[in-house]
Design a protein around this ligand. Structure first.
Ligand code: AMP
Ligand code: ZN
Length: 145
């Protein structure tokens, strides 16, 4: 879809800090992160909402989000957990019309930082953050998972 910002990112026509990529999926940092490492996982093929997303693609999307959440625990972000969220449709406050799964790393006791992040949503050290997650992915993969 030519006008879709996430399709433009997939094609390399719009900038993004990429965390993971394979033939069918892409993960990149959210431009307005709630917490450091807030990542979006998308199928490369455009689907606007769950209604038109292939169900196997949906399962693989969650699998990749699961994988990234575990990588974040093993990374220098030192996540203790994550919020995985998918806003399906404008009724559910979806603002970008290309299906995406949010993976938002969390730490014990980060309630105040999370609340501040929800308001400010500022990006900082994106390249270093993406590198840390990639290192976490390598650690996770080396466990043979
Ligand atoms: P949602 O409300 O679930 O549709 O969330 C859309 C998310 O996409 C928001 O968290 C935005 O900050 C994020 N976003 C919008 N444009 C971009 C972009 N060009 N690069 C990275 N993230 C983006
Ligand atoms: Zn798209």
């Amino acid at each position: 879809m030519s006008s879709c910002i996430f399709c433009q990112i997939v094609r390399g026509e719009a900038p993004a800090t990429r965390v993971y990529e394979d033939d069918d999926f892409l993960a990149f940092l959210d431009i307005r992160p709630i917490t450091r490492g807030h990542t979006l996982v998308i199928p490369k093929q455009h689907s606007t909402e769950l209604e038109d997303l292939d169900r196997d693609a949906g399962a693989r999307l969650f699998r990749l989000g699961h994988h990234l959440a575990l990588a974040m625990r093993r990374s220098d972000l030192a996540a203790d957990g994550a919020n995985l969220a998918l806003n399906d449709g404008t009724a559910a406050f979806q603002t970008v019309g290309h299906v995406h799964l949010h993976v938002v790393p969390r730490q014990h006791g980060d309630k105040l930082r999370f609340a501040t992040g929800l308001v400010l949503r500022r990006s900082k050290d994106a390249e270093a953050t993406a590198a840390a997650i990639r290192t976490g992915l390598r650690k996770f993969e080396s466990e043979g998972s």
